[in-house]
Ligand binder design. Structure first.
Ligand SMILES: Cc1ncc(COP(=O)(O)O)c(C=O)c1O
Length: 406
């Protein structure tokens, strides 16, 4: 079979892969705690599901909508952006897509040509680089500082005359890093000065903890807002990963091209999901706050526990999203493997805890653990990892002979 170069080069999503393996082991009766997944464990709030049921019962969901979404949904999104960010967008500046993932995919299709370079932080979410490659572009990982933040100096080092776009993701997957307003302002101005467009992937924007304040690039003045393509959706904040609704908000020229591509690719996202999303954006946001508090409690519980695990180094307490990203260079040595991906395998097979290799995010030597799981499961997972690491540490100290009695 002769596949296209695009298909030959694309790598399947590592996060989806780990999660599927963990789920398969669970189906086989193996008691795996799955910290590999990037989705909230809560069911979608009732008020949202009820709106979907009601839309079905009233016969509203049987037909196509405009490819870029229902006008009512675009209005609800514009209203939500105005309420959350204090920034005004017309409904014509919004496109609805099948999740933020598809929103990002069409942005790359609309803007990236062969050989164009797209800057993104190292580490960053698995799909950015693959989507850029699928569009014929070249992903360029920008070095980050000790807080996992890109700096002007690292941007200068990564810039070339082929640079087209810069992806900013705050709170950031996989590190939970949240940028301050002044940091965003500086990055935004750098992009404007270099005539580069920005993507603000704000999908975790409502999930910030311990008095952290969230800001978006679109709040950094008109010039930066005009250069910014905002991406957001309902998956993470409203626990609606299965409904597949995301959106793009940008200047009308960009939205026009995105709509044309959507009209020939996915067509509209499922009509029933669009009605559910209207309810999510129009709801009083109390369910979002309840879930945010639960994540905060989990972070505050699990972070100090994980810090005590031998070989796991966590210098930065995450401020948002729902991931921990420990440096496991020492753990790799203790266990006697070569790479963090081998450590992931052992953790899954021996400790029955699923996590994702940092290499999937461009940063081998780290692991990503999701705390979008119940508190008891999280404690169990960390205790299993601790037992696993302590066993290897004892083996190492005793010269390879296990002194475990059980
Ligand atoms: C940083 C980031 N952006 C976008 C997405 C895609 O979200 P959606 O479920 O809306 O496609 C994810 C999902 O994991 C993510 O982590």
């Amino acid at each position: 079979m002769k596949f296209s170069n695009r298909a030959m080069n694309v790598k399947p999503s590592a996060t989806v892969g780990v999660s599927n393996r963990a789920k398969a082991m669970i189906r086989d009766g193996i008691d795996v705690v799955n910290l590999g997944i990037g989705e909230p464990d809560f069911t979608t709030p009732k008020v949202i599901s009820q709106a979907a049921i009601s839309a079905i019962q009233h016969g509203k969901t049987s037909f196509y909508t405009p490819a870029s979404g229902l006008p009512e949904l675009k209005q609800a999104i514009a209203d939500r952006i105005a309420a959350d960010y204090g920034v005004t967008y017309a409904p014509e500046q919004i496109s609805v897509a099948n999740g933020a993932k598809m929103a990002l995919y069409v942005i790359m299709q609309a803007l990236v040509d062969d050989g164009d370079e797209v800057l993104m932080p190292k580490p960053s979410w698995v799909s950015y680089s693959q989507q850029v490659s699928l569009a014929g572009g070249r992903p360029v990982l920008v070095d980050t500082n000790a807080e996992f933040k890109i700096t002007l100096r690292s941007l200068d080092a990564a810039y070339s005359d082929r640079t087209k776009l810069l992806v900013v993701n705050s709170p950031q997957n996989p590190t939970g890093t949240v940028y301050s307003k002044s940091e965003l302002q500086a990055i935004g101005q750098w992009a404007v000065d270099h005539h580069i467009l920005l993507i603000a992937d704000d999908i975790y924007g409502k999930l910030v903890y311990n008095q952290t304040e969230f800001y978006s690039l679109i709040q950094c003045g008109q010039e930066i807002a005009d250069a910014t393509i905002l991406v957001n959706g309902v998956s993470k904040a409203y626990s609606m990963t299965g409904w597949r609704i995301g959106y793009v908000a940008a200047v009308p020229e960009i939205i026009g091209k995105i709509n044309a591509i959507l009209s020939h690719s996915t067509g509209n996202p499922a009509t029933v999901s669009q009605y559910a999303a209207i309810a999510a954006f129009q709801s009083d946001q109390t369910d979002v706050e309840k879930m945010r508090r639960a994540f905060e409690q989990r972070l505050n519980t699990i972070y100090p526990l994980l810090q005590q695990v031998p070989g796991f180094k966590l210098d930065q307490k995450p401020a948002g999203a729902f991931y921990l990203f420990p440096n496991v260079a020492e753990a790799i040595q203790i266990v006697g493997v070569q790479t963090s991906s081998q450590l992931v395998e052992l953790l899954l097979n021996e400790a029955h805890v699923a996590v994702v290799d940092g290499g999937a995010f461009g940063m081998p030597g780290y692991l990503r653990l999701s705390y979008a799981a119940g508190l008891e499961d999280l404690k169990l997972a960390v205790s299993r990892i601790n037992t696993f690491m302590t066993r290897y540490l004892k083996k190492k100290v005793s010269g390879g002979i296990s002194i475990e009695t059980n």
